[in-house]
Design a binder for this molecule. Sequence first.
Ligand code: GDP
Ligand code: IMO
Ligand code: MG
Length: 424
Amino acid sequence: MTVTVIIGMQWGDEAKGKIVDLLAKDYDYIVRFNGGDNAGHTIKADGKKFGLHLIPSGVFFPEKFKVIGNGVVVNPETLLREIDEVEKAGYSMKNLIISDSAHIILPWHKELDGIEDGKNALGTTKRGIGPVYMDKASRLYAIRIGDLFYEKELKVKLENIAKVKEGMIKLFGKSVQFNTSKILDSLIEFRTKIGSHIKNTALLLSIAAKSKNILLEGAQATFLDVDHGTYPFVTSSNTTVGAACVGSGIPPKKISRVIGIVKAYTTRVGTGPFPTELLDSTGEQLRKAGAEFGTTTGRPRRCGWLDLVMLKTSVAINGTDDIVITKIDVLDGLDEIKVCTSYEIDGKKTEEFPTGSMKLPDVKPVYKTFKCWGKLTETEWANIRKTKKLPSEMKTYLDFISKELGVKISMVSYGPERDQTIFL
Ligand code: GDP
Ligand code: IMO
Ligand code: MG
């Protein structure tokens, strides 16, 4: 029995989805434990491709249980659309289980997201994530999946909340009137469609953890964690390993392995500090070669070099056992590859990622430069996969990362397909 957690080690989009799909065959349960449809996880197999936002990345395995845990916030429209899309592609969703304690994203959450901070200064995905987690913490204005079974109380609650939210929106100079009977109808329709999938997943998973293999799929990433990330330029949930327990109900002692997913360079969507960002033609080249455009919003992702200062913090916070380096193919054919090994802040060298609030200090990254391995053909990559003999320049680059972080690299991904993976 194994409980494995997959965690993004940077600012998201490290290819967590691909790795979850790749490993899913060895697990009985695949579980999302945080975030909502702000996430976008792309998976490719059987000649098909899904960009999943809510359903765990185990959809290619209909027999596996796919659990949306209590820590997730659920947008009903997105969930129904995704179920439909996956079923239409021929994969049964009968083993989808949804926590009765997960919170529901309602129209006012989406309305408020982006206007609350004036000009959407945080660059959110505008999916209502911040506002729904605010309501979860406030307790008074939140609706959970389990509440859908209490129609009379739900109606009253919706009417009361709508008034408060209309008042809040007015404060920002906008006038909106929510049609609560329409919202109620759509929630009841939602319940009719997914009612049989709703369960006490915390109990179910804590029991399953005694005898089954469970794969926990993180959304977002360490530096978007509301406590440990580059606050306030973060998401509104905890994304680090502790959240895997809180957001699923699995006891911490049951976790046997933490896999950190690391993109071979760094990307970030939205605003906020990014010490190794490349605003030049190399950044443009990475964006083009890596097709770095958001799965959820289509926004171009900001690109930069790999940052070991960040990653050391990620390894420390998540207790990462091993890492997977993804998208290494994107570095193919570059003149040189840089890795940030420390920062210079006010003329002083540091290997500690600064925590800040409103403003991080001006950080100058210090780089070590590596030779690239040239441009490899698909046959050459396949040969590397089979023989596990890496080109010497690639081995030097990967060995350096592994040694600096003090963790082994268990896999290297060189393309979106399952078989474009080297198991080390
Ligand atoms: P996630 O949010 O961490 O699951 O990552 P995303 O799915 O948002 O972004 C990763 C993107 O890279 C997806 O479009 C994947 O299909 C693609 N991808 C995954 N692994 C690789 C790889 O090794 N090389 C390349 N070039 N693309 C990859
Ligand atoms: P996956 O799971 C990359 C970013 C947004 C924004 C900030 C806050 O695909 O890696 P939010 O809508 O959550 O309030 O936005 O967080 N963000 C992501 N960036 N990948 C994600 O998910 C993200 N989810 C949120 O761009 O900067
Ligand atoms: Mg993504």
